[in-house]
Design a protein around this ligand. Structure first.
Ligand SMILES: [Zn+2]
Length: 93
């Protein structure tokens, strides 16, 4: 009755405590990679990609943009806010 049970081939979760960061691979700037994409303050569907669900600007380390394009995004978002395309801050529940 020595039935050996094979362990760990199904899923070995909890092995490294779930402390995993995406390191090593840096995303290239989306706009540098594709110069057909224009940063346009009227393009809310593009800009919403770079703000959090609270309406804040996503930091560059998260968005993966280069300094130049992150700056353009920031300017575009600010302009979009002026014409009420983008929220300044999302408050409430
Ligand atoms: Zn760029």
């Amino acid at each position: 009755m020595a039935k050996e049970k094979e362990r760990g081939d199904k899923d070995a979760e909890g092995a490294d405590g779930g402390k995993r960061k995406t390191m090593g691979r840096r995303k290239p700037c989306k706009f540098c990679a594709d110069d057909k994409i224009r940063i346009d303050y009227k393009d809310a569907s593009l800009l919403k990609y770079f703000i959090t669900d609270r309406g804040k600007l996503v930091p560059r380390r998260l968005s993966g943009n280069c300094a130049k394009h992150q700056r353009e995004i920031a300017v575009a978002v600010n302009r979009a806010r002026m014409i009420a395309l983008m929220p300044f801050a999302v408050t409430g529940n």
